[in-house]
Design a protein around this ligand. Structure first.
Ligand code: KDO
Length: 329
C-alpha cells in the first residue's frame, strides 16, 4: 500500500462518517395537518424538523403540509395506514372511528387539565391505548400534545348560562360521530363542517358557532366573525403526534430513539406556549370586542357526563376505565 492510496482510503472513511448522507438517501417524512400556520401545533412542526436534523444530520427529509392541503381533515389515519402519509397529528375522535374503546377520550369533562392529560397518556393507560393503535391500526403514537381546552365561540349575543340556552344553536363540530355527539351533549344542534371552512360558515351564518381552544380561535381569526366566547371548558383536548408503522419499521433503533426525542421536544414547545397563551388570551378577545364569560359550568358538566354515561360509546369502554382515569393524579 502506497502512501497515496492510504491517504485516499483515509479520506474516504472520513467522508463516509462525517459528511451527512445525500438528500437522496434521507428518509422522507411527510406530515399533514389541517392546522393553520400560526397555531402552536403547526409551529411545533419546524421544531420537530430542526431537532431531528440536529440529532440525525442528513438522515431525514421532513416535509410539512399545513391547512389540510395534502390530506383532508380526518383522513390522515387511513392515509398513514395505506402508507401514503408518514406522519400526522391525530385526534382521539379519529382513532375512535376504528377503535371504539378510544371514544372514552372523546367524552367531555373527563380529562381535567393538561397535567392530568399527560399523566394519563404517559402512564399505564396510555401504554394500553397506544398498544391498541399499533396493533389494530398500524400507527405508532410518538407522544400526546395538548391542543387546549375547548370553549364555545358564538356569533350571536344571547347569553348562554346552561345547555338549554343552546337549544337550536347550529354548532359547527368536526365531521365524525364522536364530535357530533359532543355537540348534542352540550345541548346544541351540531353541524359537520371541516376546520378550513369554519371561518366562512361563521361569516355567512351557515353555523351559529363553533368550539375550539382559545389559541386556535386566535390563530384562525374566528374572533373576527363572532361576538362571544362561553368558557365551558368542555373538552381538554389532545393531539397525538403519530407515524405510520410502514415508515417507523424502516428506521434503525437509533433513528427511532431520535425521532421520539425530537417529537417530545416539539410537543414540549407546543404545550408550554399553548398553556401560557390560554392564560392570557381572554384579555385579547375582550380587546377585540367579544364578551368572554363563565356559564353555569356545573349544569354543562352534569348534562354532558350523563349523556356519555348512557351512550352507545360507553358500552365499548373497557370495564372500570373511567374510574382509572379519574384516579390518575
Ligand atoms: C377542529 O376541527 O375543530 C379541530 O380542533 C379538531 C382537532 O382534532 C384538530 O383536527 C384541529 O381541528 C386541527 O388540527 C386544526 O387546528
Amino acid at each position: 500500500i502506497t502512501r497515496r492510496t492510504a491517504l485516499i482510503a483515509a479520506a474516504g472513511a472520513f467522508m463516509a462518517g462525517a459528511v451527512p448522507a445525500f438528500a437522496a438517501d434521507a428518509i422522507k417524512l411527510r406530515i399533514s395537518t389541517p392546522a393553520v400556520e400560526s397555531d402552536w401545533h403547526a409551529k411545533m412542526l419546524p421544531v420537530f424538523k430542526d431537532e431531528l436534523e440536529k440529532l440525525a444530520p442528513g438522515q431525514f427529509d421532513v416535509e410539512i403540509h399545513l391547512n389540510a392541503t395534502l390530506f383532508k381533515q380526518g383522513t390522515e389515519p387511513t392515509a398513514m395506514q395505506r402508507g401514503n402519509l408518514d406522519m400526522a397529528m391525530i385526534s382521539a375522535q379519529d382513532i375512535a372511528k376504528q377503535i371504539p374503546a378510544w371514544s372514552v377520550f372523546t367524552a367531555g369533562y373527563l380529562i381535567r387539565d393538561p397535567e392530568h392529560q399527560k399523566n394519563v397518556f404517559r402512564g399505564e393507560i396510555g401504554k394500553e391505548f397506544y398498544g391498541m393503535v399499533e396493533d389494530q391500526m398500524g400507527i405508532k403514537i410518538l407522544d400526546v400534545g395538548y391542543l387546549g381546552t375547548r370553549q364555545l365561540n358564538l356569533r350571536g349575543d344571547k347569553k348562554i348560562e346552561t345547555p338549554d340556552d343552546l337549544s337550536g344553536v347550529k354548532l359547527r363540530m368536526p365531521g365524525s360521530d364522536a364530535w357530533q355527539f359532543l355537540g348534542s351533549a352540550l345541548g346544541a344542534s351540531p353541524v359537520s363542517i371541516a376546520f378550513g371552512e369554519i371561518y366562512t360558515a361563521l361569516q355567512t351564518g351557515v353555523a351559529d358557532g363553533q368550539d375550539n381552544p382559545l389559541p386556535t380561535d386566535k390563530a384562525a381569526k374566528f374572533y373576527e366573525v363572532t361576538k362571544q366566547i362561553v368558557m365551558t371548558n368542555h373538552l381538554v383536548d389532545a393531539v397525538f403526534l403519530s407515524m405510520s408503522e410502514k415508515t417507523w419499521d424502516k428506521l434503525s433503533d437509533d433513528q427511532k430513539t431520535k425521532v421520539t426525542e425530537a417529537a417530545q421536544k416539539a410537543i414540549a414547545y407546543n404545550d408550554e406556549n399553548r398553556i401560557k397563551d390560554e392564560a392570557e388570551l381572554v384579555e385579547f378577545f375582550k380587546g377585540q370586542g367579544l364578551s368572554v364569560y363563565d356559564p353555569n359550568r356545573e349544569a354543562f358538566r352534569e348534562r354532558v357526563q350523563k349523556a356519555y354515561q348512557g351512550s352507545e360509546f360507553a358500552k365499548s369502554w373497557p370495564e372500570g376505565i373511567v374510574d382509572k382515569i379519574n384516579a390518575v393524579k
